[in-house]
Design a protein around this ligand. Structure first.
Ligand SMILES: *Cc1c(COP(=O)(O)O)cnc(C)c1O
Length: 423
């Protein structure tokens, strides 16, 4: 159980000086440490298959990296299918290299799935019919909503009655009938109850999976434990006990194998767990100002770059890279905000949106402020709000930084827009 304690003063990221990264790539820039991603992949090796939920971070350099380490991929949209293919994933294979998991098919994704022969994981009964009409005699997996859920916020809870995700657990018979109508084989079951969930809640899924899977045992070859593994964001957060979690699922799988009389593959589908700790959002301090009793550090990154604090009151560790190379700085209690014309553009806020302060080293204009544990749902949820370009992304591999996405330009911002001819 390693607590995540970032240094408050930081001079390097994955062996590369912060100053060099800022000089070479500008700020704000997302920097990912490949070695951390590879370490997290190794943690999950007890599972038969690791399927990366790429929505957490879908840069094709990251997808390529995880693919090279034997990780399969999940896609929730036509765009994510396109990214997986661009990163070198093959459309077909056993186990399926790419799986499309969603609650609906938009028309584009249905066409693409059929054209490429991709496997689909259906999150609504309607998907079964829509797929079956196009690919009669195929095989599908079902995403089941076990009737309960959990998540680090209501917005990340993906099970239970008020969640839109998955097929409600008591509609399984209806799904079997729909599948049979199109000659579809149900080859797997999948449950994902929420993100950042604790082990106790994640474990409840095992029981629900077993109850539902017994109905399908004769055709089952895969069960998926979904994602949701938590990441240690705060200094005292421990790491989840993967060994214990695997044991629970392995026991479930073995009981199902006994019923089915055939081997069943056990997949896990993490997003956050693989990439969160690898990511650093490097910003530059552009103003240090006092508002009454509060000190604000204003940096050139905002919620257009990292939305988790404004969306969920999420906590991210922060460090300062002093421009003058100082190795010691007095402590200051400061709030940290961005450049956007919106009062919620604050990285130190709690779930109610209240501005908090953080005990940080003193910062000066020109220092770099690094928002850590930002590799998951960081860049991926970025926007062009306030006409801010999307940040650059850099992957550090063996001590060498590689540009994984160049910073957007003004031309990128207005691409596709046009002014009507009015005169
Ligand atoms: C988002 C998602 C995941 C990954 O969730 P994490 O909390 O990032 O691990 C896995 N499976 C499905 C279906 C998802 O929608």
């Amino acid at each position: 159980m390693k607590a995540n304690t970032p240094p408050d003063l930081r001079t390097t990221i994955a062996g590369v000086p912060v100053r060099d990264l800022a000089d070479q790539f500008g700020t704000p820039t997302y920097v990912y440490d490949a070695a951390t991603i590879v370490e997290r992949i190794k943690d999950l090796k007890p599972f038969d298959a690791i399927r990366y939920a790429q929505k957490a971070n879908s840069n094709i350099a990251v997808l390529d990296l995880v693919r090279r380490h034997g990780v399969l991929v999940d896609a929730v949209s036509a765009g994510e299918i396109g990214r997986a293919l661009a990163a070198g994933y093959k459309p077909e294979g056993e186990p399926h290299p790419i799986v499309y998991t969603a609650d609906i098919f938009d028309r584009e994704s249905l066409d693409l799935v059929v054209e490429k022969g991709l496997h689909v994981n259906c999150g609504s009964p309607d998907m079964i019919d829509q797929y079956g009409e196009r690919v009669p005699g195929g095989s599908i997996t079902l995403r089941i909503n076990p009737g309960f859920g959990h998540g680090h916020s209501q917005k990340t809870n993906t099970g239970g009655e008020s969640s839109k995700h998955g097929i409600w657990h008591d509609q399984v018979d209806d799904c079997i009938a729909r599948a049979a109508k199109h000659g579809l084989k149900i080859s797997g079951l999948h449950m994902h109850i929420g993100s950042g969930t604790d082990l106790e809640h994640l474990s409840q899924v095992c029981g629900a999976m077993e109850r539902t899977a017994r109905v399908f045992a004769s055709t089952l070859d895969t069960i998926s434990a979904g994602g949701g593994l938590p990441t240690p964001y705060r200094p005292n957060d421990g790491r989840v006990d993967i060994g214990a979690y695997f044991q629970l699922w392995d026991a479930t799988r073995k009981r199902l194998e006994a019923v089915a009389g055939r081997p069943i593959r056990l997949e896990i589908e993490p997003g956050r767990y693989l990439v969160a700790e690898s990511g650093y959002l490097v910003s530059e301090v552009r103003a240090v100002k006092r508002m009454g009793g509060n000190t604000f550090y204003l940096v050139d990154a905002g919620f257009n770059n990292l939305a988790r604090p404004i969306l969920y009151g999420a906590y991210h560790p922060m460090s300062i890279a002093p421009a003058d190379g100082a190795t010691d700085r007095p402590r200051v209690s400061a709030a940290v905000g961005g450049p956007l014309c919106e009062s919620g553009d604050i990285f130190t806020q709690d779930e109610g949106g209240y501005v908090c302060t953080r005990d940080l080293p003193e910062a000066k204009v020109g220092d770099h402020l690094i928002i850590e544990c930002a590799g998951a749902y960081g860049f991926a949820m970025g926007s062009n709000y306030n006409s801010k370009p999307l940040a650059a992304e850099v992957l550090i591999h063996d001590g060498k930084p590689h540009l994984a996405r160049r910073r957007q330009t003004l031309e990128d911002l207005i691409r596709g827009e046009s002014i009507p001819k009015l005169d």
